[in-house]
Design a protein around this ligand. Structure first.
Ligand code: HEC
Length: 141
């Protein structure tokens, strides 16, 4: 059963690699869901939740760039336009809703500009941003 599911998954993956132009949802499923789960839920101790959280990075300075430069994004095989589309899909899908309503979508041009150099101190960068999110009230910039 598992082997069959795996073989099917690999087949799907190789189709996707040879015939690009997937929808963001399919790109998420193939490239991101393995760690981030279908519903954006977390894996305690290893992968943080996207659900009701990922959009909050947009509320602190540097957070928008972080979402592009985090290894899962920047080092994915997705090209700039595909990554922009997946990030937009993630923000809209996982929210929180009050952030995604006011969200300016990522563009391929923005992703290209920000994607490199890669983020080396991911844990520090992340905890710095999350710490600033927690500081009430949210500062305007
Ligand atoms: C191998 C597991 C893995 C895969 C695959 C993965 N990620 Fe992640 N992702 C993580 C982990 C772990 C973090 C937390 C930051 C870190 O340690 O890199 C994270 C964080 C993020 C964040 C920032 C959210 C936060 O709370 O820090 C975004 C945005 C993100 N990933 C996008 C993606 C996208 C887009 C894809 C698919 C193209 C993807 N990730 C694939 C493991 C993964």
């Amino acid at each position: 059963m598992r082997a069959t599911a795996l073989a099917l998954g690999l087949m799907l993956l190789s189709c996707a690699v040879s015939a690009r132009a997937e929808t963001p949802q399919v790109d998420y499923l193939l490239q991101c869901q393995g760690c981030h789960r279908a519903d954006g839920g977390d894996t305690p101790g290893s992968v943080p939740p996207l659900r009701n959280f990922v959009g909050r990075f947009l509320t602190v300075p540097g957070g928008r760039e972080y979402l592009i430069r985090v290894p899962g994004s920047a080092q994915s095989p997705l090209d700039d336009a595909e990554l922009a589309a997946v990030l937009n899909w993630m923000i809209e899908r996982f929210g929180p809703a009050e952030v995604s309503a006011a969200f300016t979508p990522f563009t391929a041009e923005e992703v290209m500009r920000v994607r490199t150099p890669p983020l080396t101190d991911v844990a520090d960068a992340r905890s710095d941003l999350v710490g600033r999110m927690a500081a009430p009230p949210l500062s305007a910039d």
